[in-house]
Design a protein around this ligand. Structure first.
Ligand SMILES: *Cc1c(COP(=O)(O)O)cnc(C)c1O
Length: 455
């Protein structure tokens, strides 16, 4: 029997490439940069099979909320593992998921208290879209078949989610397979077409939303958005006032508001949920990533009593939501999520992260402000994003063929920092337990990599 844990990095890489098609990757790039084989992770650190360490400042695609192998979560999952790994979730239930809903309700915006579980973010988005569509149908508003969304939005990779996403990089080729959604021009605070800035504007760009609602407001089932922070498009941040406007427009036109909090939930923007910045409640919310702290695949689509009630009736009225996933409500995922809440509550993690946020931002500013090619440094919560441009005056981006973000990423990896960028936007989205010492190390490497590529 082969022992895969004793193999060299190279042997493992060769075997990996023999079999595995990695996500969101041009596999030819792996000829030059083969997959790094990680054997363990603790806190913000990952360690490869050669004992080299990497600081994971992107929280392994934003899900690692409170550090790798966090003890509280590990213990919680272990204790659940001896009792029950999974049970069919139709007609059956279990204590961890009941506790989870009961406790999450305390954190959720007012009115959200009906939970539909799935196992990844895209699936939670599909669930939200179907739920919104069917809701209108069942209250007799059968004209509402379409969806609105924001340009620069991202909601996942399945066909419904891609239809309400706006990033051509992920969707262009599939357009013939997608539904037609109305894409509202999102705020673009760095390149504001009205020459305002994020802190000083009257959300002039809200006109685009108003126009869309005028045209499509009566035939739209729901508007789906990433509240405050559009993650995948490059950590774009827009003012809370814009979110209030969208809530008002949805109310005026009878459109449901779906807040996709998959990336923003669980304190990433400084509030427990990003919609809290605007003090609004959506009609439907999707959560995933931070929910289990990155330990187990789990997601939820959460809605109101009012929407739930439109699906409630005698079986033969056929109003039920006939939507399911095999792993709905998984007990191990539930216990991981409970471990996350335990940890956050016990350690006041979010309060601490909020105390550290301005310090971290200052450190990033000190290191990068004034650099020739740093167009904008934006921050919210512990998220700090640097947009690299060719010309700061005109804000002209570099030719994307140069793949500068990717060049910086490769350099940073050499020096022990995991910094997977979004195009030419390099960013930190570290776990909420990130410390000043870790930040200092990370910024130093980031700067060095930046200088070697652009200096
Ligand atoms: C990551 C993400 C998704 C998709 O979640 P997956 O688990 O990757 O399918 C959806 N919406 C937002 C805002 C995300 O950041």
């Amino acid at each position: 029997m082969k022992n895969y844990n004793n193999m060299s990095m190279e042997e493992l890489q060769n075997l990996d490439l023999k079999y595995i098609w990695h996500p969101c990757s041009q596999m030819k790039d792996y000829e030059e940069l083969p997959p790094i084989v990680i054997k363990e992770g603790h806190g913000v650190y990952l360690k490869d099979v050669n004992d080299k360490e990497y600081i994971d400042v992107v929280s392994s695609w934003w899900c690692n909320l409170i550090g790798h192998t966090n003890d509280t979560v590990v213990d919680k999952i272990k204790s659940q593992l001896d009792n029950l790994e999974h049970v069919i979730f139709a007609n059956f239930t279990h204590p961890p998921i009941i506790e989870l809903c009961d406790r999450l309700t305390e954190y959720l915006p007012k009115g959200l208290n009906k939970f539909n579980f799935s196992d990844n973010g895209s699936a939670a988005v599909e669930c939200a879209l179907k739920m919104a569509f069917q809701y209108h149908h069942q209250i007799g508003d059968t004209n509402r078949k379409g969806f609105m969304c924001l340009s620069e939005g991202y909601h996942g990779e399945t066909l419904g989610a891609l239809s309400v996403g706006s990033l051509d990089l992920y969707s262009e080729i599939y357009k013939p397979m997608l539904m037609d959604a109305h894409h509202i021009n999102a705020p673009d605070c760095y390149r504001c077409p009205f020459n305002k800035d994020r802190e000083n504007c009257n959300i002039e760009c809200g006109e685009f939303a108003k126009e869309s609602f005028k045209k499509h407001g009566k035939t739209t089932a729901a508007l789906i958005i990433e509240p405050i922070l559009q993650g995948a498009s490059g950590m774009k941040i827009y003012p809370a006032k814009y979110l209030n406007l969208l809530r008002d427009l949805c109310d005026e036109y009878g459109v449901l508001l779906i807040a996709d909090e998959i990336a923003t939930g669980f304190g990433r923007t400084g509030k427990f949920f990003a919609v809290n910045h605007a003090n609004i409640s959506p009609d439907i919310m999707t959560i995933s990533k931070g929910l289990t702290g990155g330990f187990m695949p789990m997601a939820a689509t959460i809605t109101t009593e009012k929407i739930y009630d439109a699906f409630y009736g005698d079986y033969n009225s056929h109003v039920a939501f006939m939507h399911s996933h095999t792993y709905s409500g998984n007990p191990l995922g539930s216990s991981a999520a409970l471990g996350v809440l335990d940890f956050l509550e016990k350690n006041k993690t979010l309060e601490r992260a909020n105390e550290f946020a301005p310090i971290l931002n200052k450190m990033v500013l000190e290191a990068f402000e004034g650099e020739e090619h740093i167009g904008e440094i934006r921050n919210i919560g512990l998220i700090n994003a640097l947009e690299i441009v060719e010309d700061k005056e005109t804000k002209k981006p570099f030719d994307s063929k140069l793949r500068l973000g990717y060049q910086i990423y490769k350099k940073a990896l050499d020096y022990g920092l995991l910094l997977r960028p979004l195009g030419d936007v390099i960013y930190f989205n570290p776990p909420l337990i990130f410390t000043e010492e870790e930040a200092r190390k990370s910024i130093k490497i980031m700067k060095k990599a930046y200088k070697e590529v652009l200096g």
